[in-house]
Ligand binder design. Sequence first.
Ligand SMILES: [Zn+2]
Ligand SMILES: [Zn+2]
Length: 558
Amino acid sequence: MSAIVSGSPPTPNGDLHLGHLSGPYSGADIYTRARRLIGEDAEFLVGSDVHQSYLPEKARELGEDVHEVAERFDGEIERVFARLGFTNRQFVRPQQSELHFAFVQEFFERLHKTAKIQARELPSIYCDSCEIHLVDAYLTGTCPHCGNDDCDGNLCEKCAWPNSCVDLIEPRCNLCGGRPRPSSLERLVFPLGEYADDLRRFHRTVAMSPQLEALCDELLAHGLPDIAVTQPMPWGVPATVPGFERQRYYVWAEMVPGYFAALAESLTLRGRTAGEWRDEWNRSDAVQFFGWDNGYFHSLLFPALMTAYDPELRLPAALLTNEFYQLDDLKFSTSRQHAIWGNDFLTVVPADVCRFVLALDRPEHRQTSFSLEKFHAIANDELAGRWQTWLEGVLDRAAASDTGPVPLSPAHSRFVHTLETLAADCLQSYTAASFSTGRSARALVELVARASDFTETQGRSRGDGSGAGEQLRASALTAETTAARLLAQLAAPIMPSFGAALWRALGEAGEPTWDEVKAPPFERAIAPDRSFFSALHVAVDDVRPERDSDSVVAEVGV
Ligand SMILES: [Zn+2]
Ligand SMILES: [Zn+2]
């Protein structure tokens, strides 16, 4: 079985901060690597969500050309993904992809031809001074479902419910600040409610969190809305259905054929043809990672659109969400510069350390918060402290050993058996059904804690070098190197460079692969590089320079 793993496309209206990186992208990369560790095929697909209305808004704010803004931030996002060692073969830029436009246009043309979307006059909200119908980033108001007074058009970030823009309370135009008025406009409309029974069946089979299941239940019980799949936007993929050429396809609905196009592109990069995408999709598990606030799209709108497009298409196997990651207990905010940008952070922090901290602290089922204090505790006390000290000792003794692996004593065998239980837990947390990088990372911490305790206990019986207990010492070293080999395997999805370096230091070849809990073929000839982690001292100024210079300017101004 193979897996098609996706992270919801990031919008190139800014660089990515640690909050973004902790979510769908870390999750998707770790999951992809975990599938490969156990010998399965997995492809991580990701690209730019360039057609969001937030992009022209950002360009307007910066006074720059929208295409140049997209280019610049796509480049920054691509750079941070590469620095973190993400395994995506490419970062799809829709504006440079012929396949993307062709797939999107064919998708909606087919939906129209089969009468799955139809022209209809729908209520809209219109700004007289700007002379446009407002959607998405163009308007803000109070969410009719949860009362969030900073809710944008189409979706509330706080309660994750969709809105129709028209139902926002006290809406205001984000272009001019004025009050828009109710109006109406003919658009192509998808009757999402007609797919309610199909969706209920899908929800019984797909792996998803209890939170997402509850959201789906609430939305289905409330009744699903009609969705306009064309919008009167100045930016996006131009609609090609006759009569709607002046509108653009709704950017969220564009994401469905966007995933198919990204798969087709990745096939061409693997020496296959784009036309094989449908077979590849249907023979694979689609595992989709996205922020909790996008739950409605991935669990309701997308599967319904897929079914409408082609009822034979296999629906996703897993929908894996994350909540918001905070910084010092406050929401990451680009506008207030309350953020640590991935590219700044990776200038002073090795990728594996960053990946481990994000995996351990990932906001999977609740919000979590990053702080430099917590970061230093993990990077220095744990990785550069306990892990490095224990591994150095084990590798030194392995390099000096005359015997190589020997049969284990009964007590040493019991120690290794406890590691097998820990490994099973860790591997389970890497599966889609119970995916949690937090649990996997905590299992690694626990593995090293137990192994260092074991080493410390054995140290007491190491003797005086006179030859007494030699057999037991060789058995203890076999158990310790077994633990180190297991650490290399289980850590590889989260810390790929560390996993591979430790694997090779233990005398194994190539990249870590999962087989069983066993001793590596260590022998005296091995002269490993034993420096995996060193202490880090990251100052606020190293990673948040913009915020500091801004606050200085503000203080001087006051
Ligand atoms: Zn809300
Ligand atoms: Zn306006």
